[in-house]
Ligand binder design. Structure first.
Ligand SMILES: Cc1ncc(C[n+]2csc(CCOP(=O)(O)OP(=O)(O)O)c2C)c(N)n1
Ligand SMILES: [Mg+2]
Length: 164
């Protein structure tokens, strides 16, 4: 986590003629978000693709599948005043936490939020049009979508779950 953005800066510096894309979750993106300062200062046109499910999803998936959906420290829209045993990821949640578009713009970079598949081509055109600063494309995705394979806690690779 957090490796993609700085690695993409290095990739673009080493290959200035290549189009460089970094793909990250919303949690991973925040682990080195300060590298916006570097990319903006060096006028590096990267495309940052953030898949935003509002969770540290990989860990939430364990809690969901193996611990009866007892979510702990994985919901990125959690607030202290939330119901302790919240089971509804969409109920009264803050809409954006953080607002990645504002965050990108606050660094003098570009940002766009995509909530509809039909806007994907427009989003990449938006990114491609910027030649002197990074563009963050925030894709809002299904909150509780899961991924395979996964290794259950305390198990060996032999017990990997291959299908969700
Ligand atoms: C530096 C670091 N800290 C913690 C982890 C453990 N970890 C693996 S996936 C994950 C959550 C990732 O969340 P996000 O980036 O939002 O992606 P998602 O799983 O939601 O798609 C965590 C905390 C890690 N891999 N690397
Ligand atoms: Mg996530």
């Amino acid at each position: 986590m957090g490796y993609g953005f700085p690695a993409a800066i290095g990739a673009k510096l080493g290959n200035p003629d290549a189009d460089v894309f970094a793909i990250s979750g919303d949690g991973g993106m925040q682990m080195n978000i300060q590298e916006f300062a570097t990319a903006v200062a060096l006028e590096i046109p990267l495309t940052l693709i953030v898949l935003n499910n509002g969770y540290l999803g990989n860990v939430r998936q364990w809690q969901q599948m193996l611990f009866d959906r007892r979510y702990s420290c994985t919901c990125l829209t959690y607030r202290r005043s939330c119901q302790h045993n919240c089971m509804d990821p969409n109920k009264k949640c803050p809409k954006y936490s953080p607002d990645f578009v504002k965050l990108a713009e606050s660094y003098d970079a570009y940002g766009m939020r995509i909530t509809d598949e039909k806007d994907i081509p427009k989003a990449f055109e938006f990114a491609r049009s910027h030649k002197n600063a990074p563009t963050l494309l925030e894709f809002i995705i299904e909150r509780e979508a899961n991924v395979a394979p996964m290794v259950p806690v305390g198990n060996s690779l032999d017990n990997m779950i291959m299908e969700i």
